[in-house]
Design a protein around this ligand. Structure first.
Ligand SMILES: C[S@@+](CC[C@H](N)C(=O)[O-])C[C@H]1O[C@@H](n2cnc3c(N)ncnc32)[C@H](O)[C@@H]1O
Ligand SMILES: [Zn+2]
Length: 694
């Protein structure tokens, strides 16, 4: 460990002390320092094909430039690129057109168009805010015309001087798409693959000073440089071949931070977070994707801890919890450097999550970070959850006092279903897995019950999200996935911001084995009882509410009185038995109220994704030497719809005894151990079924 640290320190000293030098790592890969990026120019076509057509006829724009040996791959987009070659395809997304080699050597996932569209929409509004503070307006194509076009920000003396607002306070200077704006933002796409995202920024987002598109795969950088040229954005986008971490550490060391850093890795971004929270400018924006959802959604809590410093759990709320885990991790890492995060937007979509956070510096605010995080106690019997903040912040006038929080918020067993809160001891090898220690009747999957710490403060800045929505509303058709963005963001604005996580209707009803009330009936019951309620963009059936769990169970008890379950079939140790043995103290009314139907639902907005193509999901990694493994795709073809086929024939599943219910289950009818009333999943929830063990 010590030796590794010494090696890293040596490497960093070399990078920092000798900025013009190309450094070779132990793995033999060459990393040109980022300061060289705009200075050194090289024809990528020549590099790749050996001969540049423009060079042959003497028209090469960089013929006078210093030439590097061909193995140095710090390429600049101003150089030439060959035309699309045989076997290559051109893919259009947004305003970009991307050349892809037939061999699939570089990563591209069309399903992530929503991610890229959303990012363009968010950074446009971020830039609008940043530049309006400097008196500059941005001109977004499709939006109503900006009237006062006064200076061209890309050229001349006057471009650098700060334009004064006129009498009405309206900005005078205008930054347009595709032009360099000297006062604009500098973006790093740290893991850029084909460069598609960076090129889209250059062609669709105004107010940019520069975009650095970086990747450590030489194949990717070669392709990226060609794509930059192909799209004519060489004046804005620079390709870079470097390890993303080294690039970010070096830019931080050189006091040259980025205003926006985009991290879109394979799987987990964990290894890039430390560098990213340091290399982003004051108040700058980090855009982070995680596609390691199995880990973040509770399939491997210990792996989640090693990456993010938090235990994930398999609750129904796992997708929102994943958002809160990455936010916790970002804040914690920022805290090391007296910095902290302010989330603008956090979205769970398809097979990934995407968060947009600003990073600020401030010792006093960092002190509040512990009180923004919470542990989650999740009852595996009935899904009731409680939060334990890690710290306490109390105000004394204008001063704050920070102390340890008091707790725990729960006793050793759940007050509703009487199951224990402690994690079961590991079962001896070969023994049936027991859900809760001391409750032998509940043999099912063993789930961790203490999760977190996670970010327990709001996930979004509603005012900012509203700005993004308004901009989209005034610019219909700006993005391919605009309908979905508007649907998801509308839901986001409706979410109760002060209520972490949620329950799901199917989980509540399957816990007591009764049929499910309609969403409107249940929401009405909460509203009649005087509580607030919202949906969540992260889960179709979610119920977010400030009602305490005792009220939720009382409502379910009232519902069960109207739709009785067969009590004689319930085991007397089951959660259903304990919950239904108690008389409700509240008389729930299920009369549907007008305000129970949220606006986004009433308007029929597109809020959740339909399958965009067959066998969709995260794409496989590009291989080191180029090429993408097809094994993932093959596996998907093999396994997708397996359950559907099974459900159709169903015969082999009949007569599997479910020990939880102590009855013979028929078919794949949904295990009530945690809420799969839809019939497709057991209570262990997406992404994996874990409890169909006989
Ligand atoms: C999921 S792809 C990026 C996709 C791209 N952002 C897009 O929107 O199409 C991840 C990329 O990260 C690159 N990568 C992985 N580790 C890296 C590192 N340490 N430094 C730089 N690039 C890295 C891979 O070569 C790959 O091209
Ligand atoms: Zn319980």
């Amino acid at each position: 460990m010590k030796a590794e640290f010494a090696l890293l320190a040596w490497f960093m000293r070399r990078c920092i002390r000798q900025p013009g030098r190309t450094v070779t790592t132990g793995r033999g890969r060459r990393f040109p320092p980022p300061k060289d990026l705009p200075a050194r120019k090289l024809c990528p076509s020549k590099d790749m094909e050996g001969q540049c057509p423009q060079e042959a006829n003497g028209s090469h724009p960089e013929q006078s430039e210093e030439r590097l040996p061909t193995s140095d791959l710090a390429m600049d987009a101003g150089s030439c690129a060959g035309p699309v070659q045989t076997g290559e395809t051109v893919i259009a997304e947004g305003k970009a057109k991307i050349i892809f080699p037939s061999a699939n050597e570089v990563f591209y996932n069309p399903v992530q168009e929503f991610n890229r569209d959303l990012t363009c929409a968010v950074i446009t509004e971020f830039i609008r805010l940043q530049l309006s503070a400097k008196g500059i307006q941005i001109a977004v194509p499709g939006e109503e015309k900006v009237e006062k076009v006064v200076v061209d920000l890309s050229e001349g003396e006057e471009a650098g001087s700060e334009p004064a607002p006129d009498e009405e306070g309206a900005a005078r200077a205008v930054a347009a798409v595709g032009e360099v704006c000297k006062e604009g933002v500098r973006i790093l796409e740290a893991l850029a693959a084909s460069g598609l995202r960076s090129i889209r920024f250059a062609k669709e987002v105004p107010g940019l000073r520069a975009v650095v598109a970086n990747d450590f795969s030489s194949k990717a950088v070669e392709l990226m440089a060609r794509n930059v040229e192909f799209n004519g954005v060489g004046h804005l986008v620079t390709s870079s071949l470097a390890d993303a971490r080294m690039l970010m550490y070096q830019q931080k060391a050189e006091k040259h931070p980025f205003d926006i850093i985009d991290l879109d890795p394979y799987g987990s971004p964990a290894t890039f977070l430390d560098a990213a929270v340091q290399a982003v400018s004051e108040g700058g924006l980090l855009c982070v994707t995680c596609t390691d959802m199995a880990v973040m959604a509770g399939n491997s809590g210990e792996t989640c801890y090693s990456k993010y410093g938090a235990m994930s759990i398999k609750g129904k709320f796992c997708h929102e919890m994943a958002l809160r885990i990455i936010l916790h991790s970002l804040d914690l890492r920022a805290n090391c450097y007296q910095r902290y995060i302010v989330p603008l937007l956090a979205v769970s979509a398809d097979f990934y999550i995407r968060v947009f956070v600003r990073v600020f510096t401030g010792q006093a605010t960092v002190k509040a970070s512990a009180s923004k995080q919470a542990l989650v106690y999740n009852c595996v019997g009935c899904g009731t959850h409680h939060f334990q903040r890690l710290g306490k912040m109390t105000s004394h006038g204008s001063n704050f006092k920070y102390s340890a929080a008091s707790g725990p918020p729960v006793g050793p067993s759940c007050e509703h279903c009487h199951q224990r809160h402690q994690v079961s001891p590991p079962a001896p090898p070969g023994a049936p897995r027991s859900r809760t220690a001391g409750h032998a009747a509940l043999t099912c999957c063993s789930l961790p019950q203490l999760g977190g710490p996670m970010w327990a403060e709001p996930l979004h800045d509603p005012a900012f999200v509203q700005r993004v929505l308004s901009a989209l509303g005034s610019n219909p058709g700006r993005f391919g996935t605009q309908d979905r963005i508007q649907g998801v963001l509308s839901m986001v604005t409706e979410e109760l911001s002060d209520v972490p996580l949620y329950y799901t209707l199917d989980c509540l009803s399957s816990t007591i084995h009764c049929n499910t009330p309609s969403l409107l009936q249940f929401r009405s019951a909460l509203l009649h009882a005087g509580y607030r309620v919202s949906l969540s963009h992260a889960c179709k059936n979610a119920i977010k509410t400030d009602a305490p769990p005792s009220v939720l169970w009382d409502i379910m008890r009232c519902w069960e009185r109207l739709h009785p379950v067969k009590r004689e079939r319930l085991s007397d140790t089951s959660p259903a038995f304990h919950i239904l043995s108690v008389e409700p103290t509240l008389q729930a009314s299920f009369t549907v109220r007008e305000d129970a139907n949220p606006k986004s639902r009433k308007q029929g907005l597109k809020r959740f994704q339909e399958n965009p193509e067959a066998y969709w999901g995260p794409k496989a990694r590009a291989k080191a030497g180029g090429g993408i493994s097809t094994s993932l795709q093959d596996k998907r073809k093999l396994h997708q719809n397996k359950r559907k086929e099974r459900a159709e024939d169903g015969g082999h599943l009949k007569n599997i005894p479910c020990k939880r219910l102590k009855e013979v289950r028929t078919g794949w009818g949904g295990c009530e151990s945690g809420g799969g009333s839809g019939g497709q999943r057991c209570g262990s929830s997406w992404p994996r079924c874990g409890c169909n063990t006989p």
